[in-house]
Design a protein around this ligand. Structure first.
Ligand code: FEO
Ligand code: CA
Ligand code: CA
Ligand code: CA
Length: 597
């Protein structure tokens, strides 16, 4: 009964109202606490964080900036502790560095080392559902900071390809670092997948952008307008290392239980602006990963492994499973509407095979061509251009796939509307209480529900519907799965998704176009309550809400508060937020929400 009382899946709560408070505001009856902040110690020997005395040596041992994906991997030996795995997507230099202390190159180096991932051992707190970092750090032997110098092994058909060879890595198999890790997923075999997203922004032109890859660079937004990192590390100079960008934009796999393991980049899952990767094991035992390419007009993808998962609890089985993402078939989605006479945005679709590890299905492109330049391959087969596909995740209770399609300001102009992307104008709001006014494009996004034919995740046919057409329920353009719009919370810009053990969808948002802070929502996916969007929490101004992750028997909601205070014109000295209010500047942090006692 205690578990049930604190259950995030079952407890009714009064939705949090839209607001702009500089706080994490949870539904009444719940509370939240910070688990770990930017700069907190991860590895022994890390100094206490001091924004005015940052060093690379310290950053290599401290929690990085802009926490995004949050995974929790159980430990074999005990259930009251677990491994928290977190992405550090990017940095906000204007919010990180007090003026007049650091040179430009010092700032660049500190920013580089604030990227990557962290593994942090955590334990249950006294209040059910609460968690805190395990200290002293010698009790946390798995803790790890993966950063810009961590060695990764490239797997799959692109490993060794001439186009991934550099002067530091003439074999094209060993890559230093992971960048712009956005969302991710935990695998059934206890590892974490993480998506390298906007990797185009890290490469400088140097003596000029090489012509050789003009089309490929352009399709990935690689312009040579970087962050000046090449003055700290020459591999970020395109004129010297034209292949370095080809070594980013992959899904990476980290085994957090083994801190000395070499993490991998899986070329078989394609190269694009990966949001994340979430796996379900099909009835025939194959691992199926659902993937999104987060940019306006990009695609939804699916990978099906060649081999079957080995469920035995043996070392050999684990070794086998760690190889599953090395071979299989990569597909891209084509969606067709069935017309609007049924008053529903819905239809059918096909997964179009792009390549297997052995054979390309795209005319004129080899296996390695398709995997290195997946966007160009998908363009050729008539895939459907979507509105920023972000987190794409199978619901373990009903087996359906839910995709957050965040927004697309150019839908209706650059990208024509279709039934799967139906909105070319939106009703937006400048601040809570301000009037709704029209804006071009799809400003609030959708949640797409995809149903594999006969529940076969390895198949090629599916059905789909837009379960949520987000926005203010008062505007006619919105749809909440058929639920009474007078009883739902406004929601804008769905970004990451998760599920509790009852199959409710949890959605976090990024970029609220209704003028209030972003947050996290619970949405039942079945029964009479299907589509009843209820806001569970809001995050501080300028922040996006990331994660989320329902854990610990539905008692804990882990989430990341990314870039609090990222508001136009805000600086370290004049911040738009000081959350979590431990300093006079904001600190991105991972939190956990739970019953308040
Ligand atoms: Fe990092 Fe797709 O947002
Ligand atoms: Ca229809
Ligand atoms: Ca995101
Ligand atoms: Ca997710």
């Amino acid at each position: 009964d205690r578990v049930r009382r604190g259950s995030l899946a079952r407890t009714w709560f009064r939705p949090v109202r839209p607001n702009r408070r500089d706080a994490v505001v949870t539904a009444s009856g719940f509370t939240s606490s910070v688990v770990i902040r930017w700069g907190d110690r991860v590895l022994p020997g890390a100094p206490a964080f001091d924004a005015r005395r940052q060093t690379v040596a310290a950053a290599r041992r401290q929690f990085g900036f802009n926490c995004d994906y949050v995974g929790l991997v159980p430990l074999r030996e005990r259930t009251d502790e677990a491994l928290l795995v977190v992405n550090h997507e990017y940095t906000n230099d204007e919010l990180m560095f007090p003026p007049g202390i650091y040179t430009d190159d010092e700032k660049r180096a500190l920013s580089m080392y604030n990227h990557g991932m962290s593994v942090v051992r955590v334990r249950q707190g006294l209040v059910p559902g609460s968690w805190k970092q395990v200290t002293p750090l010698r009790r946390a032997p798995e803790n790890r900071r993966i950063n810009v110098e961590t060695e990764f092994r490239l797997t799959g058909p692109v490993a060794g390809d001439p186009r991934v060879r550099t002067s530091a890595d003439p074999r094209g198999r060993t890559i230093l670092g992971t960048l712009n890790n956005c969302s991710g997923g935990t695998t059934p075999w206890g590892t974490v997948l993480s998506g390298e997203e906007n990797i185009n922004q890290y490469f400088d032109a140097g003596d000029g952008v090489p012509e050789e890859y003009a089309e490929e660079y352009a399709r990935y937004g690689i312009t040579g307008e970087g962050k000046g990192w090449s003055s700290v590390d020459p591999r970020f100079d395109l004129s010297r290392e034209p292949h370095e960008p080809h070594r980013f934009g992959w899904v990476v796999e980290v085994d957090p239980s083994n801190p000395s393991s070499v993490p991998r980049k899986h070329s078989m899952l394609g190269r694009f602006k990966h949001e994340g990767a979430n796996i379900i094991i099909a009835r025939n035992g194959r691992a199926v990963a659902y993937l999104g390419d987060d940019e306006r007009g990009e695609y939804l993808y699916k990978f099906v492994s060649r081999d079957r998962v080995d469920r035995r609890p043996t070392r050999a089985a684990r070794r086998h499973n760690l190889g599953l993402l090395g071979s299989g078939t990569l597909h891209v989605a084509r969606l067709r509407g069935d017309g609007l006479d049924d008053d529903r945005y819905d239809g059918t679709g096909r997964w179009i095979p792009l390549t297997s590890d052995r054979r390309s299905f795209v005319a004129g492109m080899s296996v390695a061509d398709v995997l290195l330049f997946t966007r160009l391959a998908a363009d050729r087969v008539g895939a459907t251009r979507m509105d920023r596909p972000e987190d794409v995740e199978p619901n373990p209770v009903n087996g359906r796939i839910y995709a957050a399609l965040t927004n697309n300001s150019e839908r209706g102009t650059t990208f024509p509307v279709d039934e799967a992307n139906p909105r070319g104008t939106s009703m937006v709001r400048a601040e809570p209480g301000a009037p709704l006014t029209p804006a071009a494009g799809n400003r609030h996004g959708y949640v797409l529900e995809l149903v594999e034919d006969r529940g076969r995740h390895t198949g090629l046919a599916f059905g789909w519907n837009l379960m949520l057409v987000c926005g203010d329920p008062a505007s006619a353009e919105t749809w909440f799965g058929g639920f009474d719009k007078r009883l739902v919370s406004p929601i804008s810009c769905p970004d990451n998704v998760a599920f509790d053990s009852s199959g409710n969808l949890w959605v976090s948002t990024d970029g609220n176009a209704l003028g209030s802070n972003d947050g996290i929502f619970r949405v039942p996916t079945s029964g009479l309550e299907r589509g009843r969007v209820a806001q569970f929490l809001t995050v501080p101004p300028g922040a996006e809400a990331c994660g989320p992750l329902v854990a610990d028997g539905d008692r804990s909601l882990f989430f990341a508060v990314q870039h609090p205070g990222e508001v136009t014109g805000a600086t370290f000295e004049e911040p738009a937020s000081t959350w979590p209010h431990t300093d006079d500047f904001p600190r991105p942090s991972v939190c956990v929400a739970h019953r308040d006692r």
